[in-house]
Design a protein around this ligand. Structure first.
Ligand code: 13P
Length: 283
């Protein structure tokens, strides 16, 4: 069933209070959406978020991917929210809210502080009209959302605790994505989260925190983050890798028969397995 905005926010708050987190899984196509849904159904006590857009819209098209994700969530037995990931575009945010997205991420992290506040405030205003909750970002996360670039975290771009407190007060945002050494995509060396900085942000900020770039974060660090206010983790590269490994393995025997179904099915099953593994670490 589609986890409504208010229920999703309640699930986020519950995770925050219990030292757990909602996983936000990025989806690009039918198989990734279905793979995520199957993983959610295998863990009925743990709500999940399908993050469909904004970057995946470039691949699948906005309307088809929106409808796919919303329909898959609504017809599932699991509790699934549909979330807009990393949007800089208020028109895109409005389109997703009107379609029924239950939460959105407005990403003004590339903007000067005051402009990030103004953009986020407007996104919060629009989301409130639809009962959706809002995540924003302060501090810049290195890397690319769709490919692993082995990016390095830049200390100067990490989230400042005092600014984070001001940002949350000024915007009324429900959750804050933070830069604490996390990176989008896999890196050659495992990332090291700045857990002291995370503790300081957690003490200064009264809302759940969001850890982007959760793929490849060593499990002890992930667990430490959950005890320091992180209540949503974003996972993309881990699903992409699982999908690609599975279809690569299936291709040699499928190619002679032009058998696409076997390949797509292998990719979908691998996404389910990878997403299930992530959910298991959170329960
Ligand atoms: P990873 O690709 O590192 O899992 O990051 C995902 C993410 O943060 C999406 O917003």
């Amino acid at each position: 069933m589609l986890l409504t905005g208010p229920d999703g926010l309640k699930a986020l708050t519950t995770a925050y209070e219990n030292g757990s987190a909602l996983p936000g899984f990025v989806a690009y196509n039918l198989e990734t959406v279905q793979g995520i849904v199957a993983a959610a159904e295998a863990h009925p006590d743990h709500p999940v978020l399908i993050q469909a857009g904004s970057s995946p819209f470039k691949h699948a098209g906005r309307d088809p991917l929106m409808r796919l994700a919303l329909d898959a969530a609504a017809t599932s037995t699991a509790r699934i929210g549909v979330h807009l990931d990393h949007s800089r575009d208020l028109d895109e945010i409005t389109a997703c809210l009107e379609a029924g997205y239950t939460s959105v991420m407005v990403d003004g992290s590339h903007l000067p502080f005051a402009e990030n506040i103004a953009l986020t405030r407007e996104a919060v205003r629009r989301a409130r009209e639809h009962g959706a909750w809002v995540e924003a970002e302060l501090g810049a996360l290195p890397g690319d959302e769709d490919v692993s670039t082995n990016a390095a975290a830049a200390p100067a771009a990490m989230t400042d605790p005092a600014q984070a407190a001001e940002f949350v007060t000024e915007t009324g945002v429900d959750a804050l994505a933070i830069a604490i050494g996390n990176v989008h995509g896999f890196t050659a060396e495992p990332v090291r989260l700045d857990l002291d900085r995370l503790s300081a942000i957690h003490s200064a900020v009264p809302v759940p925190l969001v850890l982007h770039g959760a793929s490849g974060v060593p499990e002890p660090q992930l667990r430490a983050a959950l005890t320091r206010g992180v209540a949503k983790i974003n996972v993309n590269a881990e699903l992409r890798r699982a999908y690609l490994d599975a279809i690569s393995a299936a291709l040699p025997s499928a190619l002679p028969a032009s058998d696409t179904v076997t390949v797509w099915s292998a990719g979908r099953a691998a996404v389910t397995e990878a997403a299930s593994r992530v959910i298991s670490t959170l329960t």
